[in-house]
Design a protein around this ligand. Structure first.
Ligand SMILES: CC(C)(COP(=O)(O)OP(=O)(O)OC[C@H]1O[C@@H](n2cnc3c(N)ncnc32)[C@H](O)[C@@H]1OP(=O)(O)O)[C@@H](O)C(=O)NCCC(=O)NCCS
Length: 342
């Protein structure tokens, strides 16, 4: 991984979930003549979305040695990760791709929504003053983790995992303290990625926006833009950035493949009203039967009904029309912060 993805520089410290002490991540490898020629990492996580816990795997750091490419090793090592994650109950595999074409050819599809807003010289002066904002310290971690856990849509983590992630090299974290209590935090940068990008934060807008102002004070000396990632579920932030006319884009959260279709069926069972029967048909389709009909969904249609890119509800609407019942809990809007990716 270091040879291919970092030109030989160290990257272990950036991925505490895989390489740190007590890490729960996994590494898959393909070897030839006793040497690793292709590899990737994966991590079992639960996505919490309202009352639902969706078991998933985050896959990443896919790398094939330059002299061993185009022999199918990359494809095979990723399939291995999906299969092993499915054995551990992962309904879906998710990844953040720089090269989405390669994954799309291998059945991965765009999944979910992530909004990105731009703070720059023309709107930064509208942010509230960074009052009470200071660098994060180790003793802040329990309160920071509590703020993280207040997100309605998040990847479930332990306090120790949040602590390990927030001490990643290259990460700048600020907190806001009001009357001795921590009311917000926000992080910029991660290793060689996410520079000049607020990729994880917690707290209400009145506490997080002053922290973003604090980050802007520092980053504006290095870059004329600071990006802020905002989950779709955080509408107060979206409304604020729209109000200050920040440039924004609605992008996708990740790329996805189905891991364990049975686990996906279980999620649909929880997300559909009583009287809707959800069944796996064969090994690649899902059948939903309601009061007035039945529909069979392919794996891609299943993903589009569960969590389409950019909140597109059309497949869910077709399902509703076919089976004759409203599905107010579908589609879901899960979220995972940049730090969760591997
Ligand atoms: C992407 C990568 C892992 C593919 O590994 P590989 O072992 O060559 O993979 P495969 O043999 O299964 O697939 C090779 C195919 O992908 C194509 N391909 C390679 N890189 C690609 C890219 N960036 N975009 C689209 N297609 C690409 C090849 O042309 C080949 O096509 P073919 O099957 O039609 O001949 C490898 O090129 C690599 O390590 N790249 C640098 C690291 C990287 O970008 N990793 C992904 C970050 S998550």
């Amino acid at each position: 991984m270091e040879a291919v993805l970092r030109d030989g520089r160290s990257m272990a410290a950036e991925y505490a979930q895989v390489f740190g002490p007590g890490a729960t991540g996994h590494v898959e490898t393909i070897e030839e003549d006793g040497e690793v020629v292709s590899t990737c990492a994966w991590l079992r996580r639960d996505l919490v979305v309202g009352g639902l816990r969706l078991p998933v795997a985050f896959v990443g750091s896919v790398a094939t040695r330059a002299d061993q490419r185009c022999k199918g090793h990359g494809g095979e090592v990723v399939e291995r990760a999906i299969a092993r994650a499915a054995e551990q109950g992962a309904a879906l595999a998710l990844l953040w791709a720089d090269e989405s074409d390669w994954y799309q050819k291998r059945g991965w599809v765009p999944f979910g929504t992530e909004n990105v807003f731009v703070v720059n010289g023309s709107n930064a002066f509208l942010l509230p003053d960074p009052e009470g904002v200071r660098p994060m310290q180790a003793r802040d971690m329990p309160e920071v983790h509590e703020l993280y856990c207040n997100h309605e849509a998040r990847a479930d983590r332990t306090l120790a995992e949040t602590g390990a992630m927030l001490t990643t090299p290259g990460l700048r974290a600020l907190v806001r303290e009001v009357n001795g209590r921590l009311t917000g935090y926000a992080c910029v940068g991660r290793g060689e990625d996410l520079a000049h990008c607020v990729h994880e934060w917690g707290g209400d807008p009145e506490d997080v926006l002053p922290i973003i102002a604090g980050h802007w004070e520092v980053t504006s000396a290095e870059s004329d833009r600071l990006f802020v990632m905002v989950p779709e579920s955080e509408s107060a932030f979206t409304a604020y950035f729209t109000f200050i006319r920040s440039l924004g884009a609605k992008g996708i959260l990740a790329m996805a493949r189905i891991g364990d279709l049975g686990a996906v069926a279980k999620a649909f069972d929880e997300l559909t009203p009583e009287g809707v029967d959800v069944k796996v048909v064969g090994d690649q389709s899902l059948s939903l039967t309601g009061p007035s009909g039945q529909i069979t969904l392919s794996e891609n249609e299943t993903l589009l009904a569960l969590c389409p890119p950019r909140g597109d509800k059309r497949v869910t609407q077709v399902v509703e029309a076919e089976i004759g019942v409203d599905l107010p809990m579908l589609p879901i809007e899960p979220y995972a912060c940049g730090l969760d990716s591997i």
